[in-house]
Design a binder for this molecule. Structure first.
Ligand SMILES: Nc1ncnc2c1ncn2[C@@H]1O[C@H](COP(=O)(O)OP(=O)(O)OP(=O)(O)O)[C@@H](O)[C@H]1O
Ligand SMILES: [Mg+2]
Ligand SMILES: [Zn+2]
Length: 275
């Protein structure tokens, strides 16, 4: 006998034979969410709210008693997974920095905009954005990361000085921590943004940690965006030499434009999204 695995009529309704589903209490809404009216609870008509079907097979069949998740259960898992990916991304304060809110007509930024757009479509290799303050490096890096997040891909937006603060407090001299989740994530996440490289305090320790991260991602060819307002030559030579491997890293984009923050200040452009 062939077994139909679609949770339709060939599966018996869960009904009273199913064990009671233990539903985890919903997390406390934060202040922002508290003001919204929660949607009325809906009971899935397919499984009558049970979340699962039991296989409609006779006693003795290997799949007898097996629980098959209903479509509503699978959708709920997907939603939970997306929420977790979004939380992990650290992009919460950068969600409004998108390609749609970036003005590519600002003189000097078009090439970087097009390269970032191209990178965001299918992150591969490295995207290296260099240039003075306020020209949109963080904006473009966040836009690429946001686009990947919208596709439900795992991304991490790390502001380098903050990341090093975290690592210092975790791996401090008195710490016995041998493994750190965040450090592991920075090394291995499918898309990483290292924003503001070169502004961190350049202690030997910090240089070493950053080198370890960059080198790991270099060896594994993991998609990475790096922004910096330093001249590339001022960075750790070991990192720089990896950036210069053009076939992998592409070119270092040196963006030369006016500080957008100042343009806004002088009223020449529309208000920007905040960083
Ligand atoms: N071309 C642009 N279109 C729209 N907004 C822009 C543009 N360029 C910059 N901005 C806005 O200007 C502000 C500064 O940009 P951003 O933070 O990306 O600069 P940056 O190059 O990362 O500067 P820094 O080196 O100081 O970190 C942000 O609010 C950003 O959204
Ligand atoms: Mg920046
Ligand atoms: Zn259901």
């Amino acid at each position: 006998m062939t077994l139909d695995t679609t949770p339709t009529t060939s599966w018996a309704r869960a009904g009273v034979t199913l064990p009671t589903l233990i539903v985890a209490p919903a997390p406390e809404p934060d202040d922002e969410e508290r003001t919204e009216t929660p949607p009325p609870p809906t009971r899935c008509p397919e499984c009558d709210g049970a979340g699962f079907f039991v296989a409609d097979v006779p006693y003795g069949h290997p799949r007898f008693g097996e629980l098959i998740p209903c479509r509503c259960k699978l959708a709920e898992r997907q939603r939970r997974q997306s929420a977790q990916i979004a939380r992990m991304s650290n992009l919460q304060s950068f969600r409004d920095l998108t390609f749609a809110t970036f003005d590519p007509d600002v003189p000097g930024v078009r090439k970087a905009y097009l390269r970032a757009l191209d990178f965001a479509r299918q992150p591969r290799g490295w995207l290296l954005l260099f240039g003075p303050c306020g020209i949109g490096k963080t904006h473009l890096a966040a836009a690429a990361a946001n686009q990947a997040l919208d596709r439900n891909e795992r991304v991490l937006f790390a502001v380098v000085p903050d990341l090093l603060d975290h690592l210092r407090s975790t791996f401090g001299p008195s710490s016995e921590v041998a493994y750190d989740e965040r450090f592991e994530l920075v090394r291995t996440v499918p898309l990483l943004v290292l924003d503001d490289l070169g502004t961190e305090s350049a202690t030997a320790w910090a240089r070493e940690k950053l080198y370890q991260i960059v080198n790991h991602r270099y060896n594994l060819e993991l998609p990475t965006v790096i922004t910096s307002n330093r001249a590339p030559e001022q960075l750790d030579q070991r990192i720089l030499s990896r950036m210069f491997q053009r076939a992998f890293a592409g070119e270092i984009l040196r963006v030369s434009a006016e500080d957008y923050r100042r343009q806004i200040g002088s009223g020449q452009s529309s208000p920007p999204a905040t960083t």
